[in-house]
Design a protein around this ligand. Structure first.
Ligand code: MN
Length: 728
């Protein structure tokens, strides 16, 4: 392009912008023009034109036929840069900022989809297009792009022509309709039709051409007496001859299986009244049928009985001048608006979700308002544009593999869902994910348009946590299946471990004993027991030891359910006859002895032996109040006793704990206990009243030192005010 030519093109574009757009950033258009021109300088179109002619023409279409703003025009000038030249989105971002870069990026992504897919699932793609673009201007640029490509389609290979035309008819035209871009829709349809069915197109074109003048003349003649009469009544209205488009005529011909003559000769006139009073429509009907004879069989009153999609209008067919049948539609302006949306809804109401329909209608209206306000010279504020996000089909997001394959997932889907969507093996070995080239956490919620790459590793296995954030059934069920399988393995390993230990300890444990033990420990089943062992949540050595102890000391016979005393009694009974127990006068013999129920001595306590009749020596704490009295009465019955050296025997002792109740208190206390030397808890009894609690914890301890350490720990827990040895 010579300098003069270049300058002329730029000036023309600026002129068109200024004429059609409310506000033009001239410098922006100029920069975009120069950048685009430079980027495409080496490329040639199929038509032989320099490639830049295409983005230039697209920019003109945007400025003239879909005038919204200067940003759209600049984006149009740049829309193929990332696709076809050495420049990338990041270059555009650096030069023109995020808004334009995002629009160009969106337009490029849409092109990519069509490159890598056939369009047999048109509906999916329509949805996808809607959901994946954040900025409506992406679509405007895309419509203009497609329109220009369709206008210059003749230079392409016939096979490519057909493919493009099919795509345009299936996707872009209905889409344009939804956007309220009626003229673009008609043109896209007619151009598609031209390449898809050239013969029919040429036939209709020549017929219409030869009859156009005649037709316009006839409509004017038909409308004249009606218009005159309505004006006399002081009515405001618009009569239009409903221009026919090639493709719609063709559709009518095929639908009714009639020759063009018949379709074409059915003239159609629409009278739109500028009133809110629907009764006026009937008055107009009266006027029309006063002038022309109606065919009563063709009268339809959709005003009193609207169509399902809300369509309202009066339809009638009358005999016009020269005996020709003329279809007349009468409606108010408001009904006309609804009718327009209703037409847009013709494939919309096939969708089952009526909420989506409503949302779509609102959205289409909003788009329309924006166009209207733009054409009235009110610039849509930047803010409005920013917030103008497409929120359609919120329940689905559209994602791409690095190769550009499309995956549709529910909203909220994460890389884990995406991985399982690709293949269960990809999911099972999913290690990390890159979204748009960046590593992200696996619980990241993906967005429409994201390109997701899953990084796998042979050694990686599903993480049970995934189940918490995965949303697809596929992902969840695979994760669960894996967890189950994994658990089964762990349970087996836990069982083997347990059996080895039991054998080594030369224990024989009946199933009943084990079940009783599990029940006491509140372990729900044997599987969870083995799993706990395998995961080292249950200390198998401590349990073996406990069972050894239990087996050494016969099970208690009497228990008073729920009572602390009862539990102590159990212990006392259990402790009776410990052979390696108390020492009398420095010797440790097989002395029959037991521990007093009143004071429950444990090693470390200062103790004294009381000689009973028939029960051997009863061991009391020296400060036991019962004993102090007895010593005064019968001092001869007391003997000095001492605790033997630590022989690993555990004693039961009780702690009384009280304080301010709160959630988690019990678990904090039990944690404090069991985290010290793996202390086993025999029973817990916790009473809450109002905001305070009082609890009793019966523990297995070695000695007073052991017990003191634990009570110190408990006292440090927030909310605990007291933790004392159980003295009863
Ligand atoms: Mn293009």
């Amino acid at each position: 392009m010579t300098n003069a030519k270049f300058k002329k093109k730029l000036d023309d574009l600026l002129l068109v912008c200024k004429k059609n757009l409310p506000k033009v950033d001239e410098a922006l258009i100029r920069r975009a023009f120069e950048f685009g021109f430079d980027a495409h300088r080496n490329d040639i179109r199929a038509s032989g034109e320099p490639f830049f002619d295409h983005p230039y023409q697209v920019a003109r279409i945007v400025a003239e036929e879909i005038p919204l703003d200067d940003v759209s025009v600049a984006s149009a000038l740049l829309h193929d840069v990332a696709e076809d030249t050495e420049y990338q989105i990041k270059d555009i971002r650096a030069e023109f900022g995020d808004t334009i870069a995002d629009i160009v990026d969106g337009a490029t992504k849409i092109s990519d989809i069509f490159k890598s897919h056939d369009v047999t699932q048109a509906e999916s793609y329509r949805k996808m297009l809607l959901s994946m673009v954040d900025d409506v201007r992406v679509m405007l640029v895309k419509f203009a792009d497609r329109l220009h490509n369709m206008r210059t389609l003749e230079y392409l290979h016939p096979e490519k022509q057909k493919r493009m035309a099919r795509e345009t008819l299936d996707i872009y035209a209905p889409f344009a309709h939804r956007f309220g871009l009626a003229n673009i829709k008609w043109e896209l349809e007619d151009l598609s039709f031209k390449y898809l069915n050239r013969e029919a197109y040429d036939m209709i074109a020549s017929e219409l051409k030869s009859r156009r003048r005649e037709r316009e003349h006839y409509i004017a003649k038909f409308a004249a007496p009606i218009e005159k009469r309505l004006k006399e009544h002081g009515m405001k209205f618009e009569v239009n001859g409903r221009p026919k488009h090639f493709y719609s005529i063709y559709n009518k011909m095929s639908a009714r299986n009639k020759p063009l003559e018949d379709v074409y000769d059915l003239f159609a006139v629409r009278i739109i009244l500028d009133t809110d009073d629907s009764n006026e429509c009937f008055k107009v009907y009266g006027t029309v049928t006063d002038i022309y004879i109606p065919n009563p069989e063709r009268f339809k009153n959709y005003i009193s009985v609207p169509k399902k999609n809300g369509y309202q209008s009066i339809h009638t067919t009358v005999v016009g001048p020269e005996g020709k049948m003329v279809e007349v539609q009468i409606r108010t302006r408001a009904m006309h608006e609804v009718a327009e949306k209703g037409v847009a809804a013709h494939w919309m109401y096939k969708e089952t979700n009526s909420a989506i329909d409503e949302e779509l209608s609102n959205w289409v209206n909003w788009v329309r308002e924006i166009f209207e306000s733009a054409s009235e010279g009110q610039v849509p504020t930047q803010q409005l544009m920013e917030s103008f996000k497409l929120t359609l089909y919120q329940d689905e997001i559209y994602l791409f593999t690095p190769k550009g394959d499309l995956k549709i997932l529910p909203k909220g889907a994460t890389p884990v869902d995406f991985a399982y969507e690709i293949h269960s093996k990809v999911g099972d070995h999913c290690l990390a994910a890159k979204v748009n080239g960046r590593i992200v956490p696996l619980d990241t919620q993906l967005k429409s348009g994201d390109q997701v790459e899953i990084i796998t590793s042979k050694n990686q296995t599903p993480n049970p946590d995934w189940e918490k954030f995965a949303v697809t059934h596929k992902a969840k069920s695979h994760i669960r299946r894996w967890i189950k399988e994994e658990q089964r393995k762990l349970i087996e390993e836990g069982r083997a471990l347990w059996e080895r230990k039991v054998k080594k300890a030369k224990l024989s444990i009946s199933e009943d004993d084990l079940n009783r033990f599990l029940h006491e420990k509140k372990i729900e089943n044997i599987g969870m027991f083995y799993l706990g062992i395998r995961q080292e949540k249950i200390e198998v050595d401590a349990i073996i030891k406990m069972i050894q102890d239990e087996q050494k000391h016969p099970q208690p016979v009497v228990t008073e359910e729920g009572k602390i005393e009862g539990l102590f009694n159990r212990f006392i009974t259990t402790a009776r006859g410990i052979s390696s127990g108390i020492m009398l006068n420095g010797t440790q013999e097989g002395i029959m002895h037991n521990y007093a129920k009143c004071c429950h001595p444990i090693p470390g306590d200062d103790v004294v032996g009381f000689i009973t009749t028939g029960e051997g020596i009863k061991i009391h704490r020296r400060n036991c109040k019962n004993i102090r009295l007895m010593m005064q009465i019968d001092a001869n019955r007391f003997v000095d006793v001492a605790w033997p050296a630590d022989n690993g025997v555990m004693f039961v002792a009780g702690l009384k704990v009280s304080g301010v109740d709160r959630p988690g208190m019990l678990s904090d206390i039990t944690h404090a206990i069991s985290s010290y030397l793996n202390t086993n808890i025999r029973s817990v009894n916790l009473d809450s009243r109002d905001s305070s609690f009082e609890g009793t914890f019966i523990l297995y301890v070695k000695d007073t030192e052991h017990l003191n350490r634990i009570s110190d720990k408990i006292r440090r827990i927030k909310g605990v005010t007291r933790a004392e040895r159980f003295e009863e």
